[in-house]
Ligand binder design. Structure first.
Ligand SMILES: [Zn+2]
Length: 84
């Protein structure tokens, strides 16, 4: 069975979420092997997901910012004490 681009676009979110059935996943993978358009779409979708995930990483636990800041101050003061 061969699926066209439209079918891939319908499934791309599920594909990235890894919620497709093995058969459907296989069909999408096989389509992606020969279709540059869908590969490009998949890449850009994936980048968006990575960016969103990164934004979540910045929601650090309470106090982490302060601790990190203190640590950086410490490192900087150590560096300053050492002769260049
Ligand atoms: Zn395609």
């Amino acid at each position: 069975m061969v699926i066209d681009c439209k079918h891939v676009w319908d499934r791309i979110s599920d594909f990235l979420d890894d919620t497709l059935s093995p058969d459907a996943r296989d069909l999408v993978l096989r389509h992606l092997e020969h279709c540059e358009i869908c590969s490009a779409i998949l890449d850009s979708k994936r980048n968006i997901i990575i960016l969103t995930a990164d934004a979540r990483v910045f929601e650090l636990p309470m106090g982490y910012g302060e601790r990190l800041h203190a640590r950086l101050e410490e490192e900087i003061s150590v560096l300053r004490r050492e002769p260049c």
